[in-house]
Write a protein that binds this ligand. Structure first.
Ligand SMILES: Cc1cc2nc3c(=O)[nH]c(=O)nc-3n(C[C@H](O)[C@H](O)[C@H](O)COP(=O)(O)OP(=O)(O)OC[C@H]3O[C@@H](n4cnc5c(N)ncnc54)[C@H](O)[C@@H]3O)c2cc1C
Length: 452
């Protein structure tokens, strides 16, 4: 690509912080709240004007991974800040009761507006400073191991933010990549988990629709066999929201012309994905209107962006693997748990793989080392871009584990600053004690929390 030289310039300093968190999804919300709760001057930087990450910006509107199937019984295993946030959503009347997925695991839907309001409220309560409408765009390094400033683009121009510790919760590992961290992308064969364009329908007749999620797969097969519709993937998810006249639709799958997944790091791919995603949404809607109860429905929401499941996965001290998930692995440095199965969005399909039910405890622990990128001293990574293999990420990328990783990263950043230590030098026992005091379940010697 030809290049243009940009003259060097002096960039105004927006602020000096103890902890700066890039990205306001589940990981970033929890990281910023945890650091501020521990008394650290904390800034959360987000490119949109609201929090929630893919959960709001991509219309996901459903928590997975808060629960685990423990020897055949459902338990709410991700607690701590996630519980505080979901209670706030509930108080706004925006939280569904948990529902069963595939008869094996619970998920819990919510209203996007309630999530946004509850998250503002949560961060406000803990005095997190927020900078919305700021796109992280690069870093200035002290030296090759230490980040000096995060550079952001705003409507007022470019700004610099300094911090003692940075936490990359961008989902894409943007900050880690700019700082020179090593990372992997996708399945090492050029494809990632496929993205989807979510959308929601309103005007569904709940009495006629009933449990339509059970009948829709067979209706899809029939429509395809009759040559009436062609679907980009099997395993469509169509489920009611808090108000049963509104349903979310997770139906689409976005590929490049060569059949590989749209790459969420490439602007031209993203452009194609948005356009094709909306086209597929209309196709799916035309089919759904033939399903009893959906005849008078309409598309009430197409989210601000295409849903990206996987891009960069930063390499840290341990890469959580598919074997860790299926084997319900334990780690001495556990900082939380994941109870979601592997959920691989492959070409044309979605493949779930669960730990054995009911023989296994149904969750794996998440080691602190997942949050510590190799080679960088004042950077932590939490959420879907943390240190995981392609298979491990297909499970622990969902909201529950991202909240857990974020809460641990923010708490660890504050503790590291207390002790004038690097995050990687932190005595993990102290972190575990603090997380326990905050109501976090980490597996280990703790009793599995009761209830859902
Ligand atoms: C279609 C789809 C369906 C899904 N379904 C479910 C489900 O039902 N339940 C579930 O729990 N999970 C689901 N997931 C997964 C889940 O939503 C995400 O993996 C999870 O939100 C990841 O959390 P995160 O905080 O790591 O990152 P994200 O949620 O991706 O948040 C990252 C945040 O960082 C911001 N950001 C990124 N780069 C920059 C930058 N350079 N500058 C400033 N801000 C930046 C983004 O705007 C975003 O707000 C789904 C995902 C997709 C795509």
């Amino acid at each position: 690509m030809p290049t243009i030289e940009e003259p060097a310039r002096h960039v105004p300093l927006y602020g000096e912080y103890e902890v700066a968190v890039l990205g306001g999804g589940p990981a970033g919300i929890a990281a910023a709240v945890a650091a501020a709760r521990a008394g650290r001057r904390t800034l959360l930087i987000e490119r949109y004007g609201f929090l929630g990450g893919m959960g709001t910006a991509a219309g996901v509107t459903n928590f997975c991974g808060l629960h685990a199937n423990v020897y055949g019984q459902m338990h709410r295993v991700v607690q701590g800040i996630a519980s505080d946030l979901s209670a706030r959503i509930d108080r706004l009347g925006g939280l569904n009761a948990p529902h069963l997925i595939l008869g094996k695991i619970l998920a819990q839907a919510y209203d996007a507006a309630a999530y946004k309001i509850a998250a503002d409220d949560l961060l406000g309560t803990h005095r997190v400073d927020i900078l919305f409408h700021a796109l992280g765009a690069g870093v200035v390094m002290h030296d090759e191991k230490r980040i000096h400033a995060l550079m952001v683009e705003t409507k007022a121009g470019r700004r610099a933010i300094t911090a003692d510790i940075f936490i990359d919760c961008s989902g894409d590992g943007d900050l880690a990549a700019w700082a020179g961290a090593r990372y992997e992308v996708g399945d090492n064969e050029g494809s990632m988990l496929y993205p989807s364009m979510m959308f929601r329908l309103n005007g569904v007749d709940p009495s006629k629709a009933g449990e339509a999620w059970r009948t829709i797969p067979a209706l899809m097969e029939k429509a395809e066999a009759a040559g009436q519709h062609r679907f980009p993937r099997r395993a469509a998810i169509v489920r009611p929201q808090r108000s049963p006249i509104e349903w979310r639709v997770n139906f689409t799958q976005l590929a490049r012309a060569d059949g590989r997944a749209i790459n969420g790091l490439e602007p031209d791919d993203l452009t194609r994905g948005e356009l094709e995603g909306r086209r597929q949404a209309v196709d799916a809607f035309n089919f759904l209107r033939t399903v009893p109860g959906f005849e008078n429905s309409y598309i009430v929401d197409l989210p601000p962006q295409l849903g990206i499941r996987e891009t960069r996965r930063v390499i840290g001290g341990h890469m959580l693997s598919g074997a860790d998930v299926l084997g319900c692995a334990s780690f001495n440095d556990s900082i939380g748990v994941n109870g979601w199965p592997m959920e691989s969005h492959v070409a044309g399909d979605v493949i779930f793989k669960f730990p054995p039910i009911p023989q296994s405890r149904g969750f794996n622990e998440l080691p602190y080392r997942m949050l510590i990128p190799e080679g960088l001293d004042n950077l932590m990574v939490a959420g879907r871009c943390a240190s995981m293999t392609h298979d491990g990420q297909s499970a622990a990328r969902v909201s529950g584990a991202c909240f857990a990783m974020g809460e641990a990263a923010g708490t660890a950043a504050a503790l590291a600053l207390d002790g004038n230590a690097l995050p990687r030098e932190l005595a993990v026992g102290r972190l575990q004690t603090r997380l326990k005091e905050e109501g976090v379940f980490m597996g280990r010697d703790q009793t599995v929390p009761d209830g859902v």
